[in-house]
Design a protein around this ligand. Sequence first.
Ligand SMILES: *Cc1c(COP(=O)(O)O)cnc(C)c1O
Length: 345
Amino acid sequence: MEIIDLRSDTVTQPTAAMRRAMAEAVVGDDVYGEDPTVNQLERDAAEMFGKEAGLFVSSGTQGNLIALLTHAPRGSEVILGDKAHIFLYEQGGLAALGGIMPHTLPVQEDGTLELGSIAGAIRGDDCHFPRTRVIALENTQGTVGGVPLSPEYTRMVADLAHQHQLKLHIDGARIFNAATFFGVSAQDIIAGADSMTFCLSKGLGAPAGSMLVGDREFIAEARRNRKLLGGGMRQAGVLAAPGLIALHSMSHRLQEDHDNAAYLAARLKEVAGLQVVCQHTSFVFFTLDASAVLGPEDLSAELKKQGILLRPYPGFQRKFRIVIHHWITAEKIDAVMTALKNLLG
Ligand SMILES: *Cc1c(COP(=O)(O)O)cnc(C)c1O
């Protein structure tokens, strides 16, 4: 039975080309700076985003933590969204390991933090206060539904940060989905941010790894912090090789995922007993009506018997999240629709 996994874009498997590239990768000791494949990935990622340098890291969580450790000393503060991945889903690593205080602001439905509330949250010079050092945005914003933040908005936040000598960090786990949505280059979508992490392993399909980009001095310090966290890998070129394919080719095909997400959202409206909440980029959220013939757990279990993996969004009872990725074709969406109609109709 073929499995159709709709739970997340983290489930993507490496493509045949990626597996070949892994087998053939030229490698060296990356802690010595001698892995040519890692070095190329770091150079290419930096160049694509208009930055001086890049760093290959084990995960998005590690990239965000390294960025914050590098920008913000102990006892300082980062302004970020109350629905940000960094705040919700990274074990509070910034506080646990960095002694950095999160100053949260409400994430709006459009994924932004209100400019006025960011300005209001920046601390003045007063010995009672922690010092603000960083503003962190998330693009696309995951928990509100994969909402892309525009380059214009990001530019305004970058300008505000720089007026106050703060750094802007972007958690760009799905930054290429945002660039694709707005039809702008990788460089334009980050609009003057000082640092940015993005995932090679989600919609871009690499088996593991994320990138951090920034200026040369920042990346040199970030490299130290990566080692501090035990993230210095040796012959990591076997992972950088599929990362290069993710960066250079998979990043250009995301419109297909967005189109498939829109197709799925339109077709879900044909199914009795559920309501589409929103569709942005590769994300679709829907809720299951209380009056539906199956409850959320039973629906998941019945779908699983047919090889379709879909479950309520963690923390929500009747809300489901689907993330479209390159393994989910329109034909597979049609198969999911048939299954849903049979179960709920
Ligand atoms: C996935 C994700 C991350 C990083 O996740 P890892 O599993 O640690 O790679 C960071 N931010 C957002 C918004 C994400 O979706």
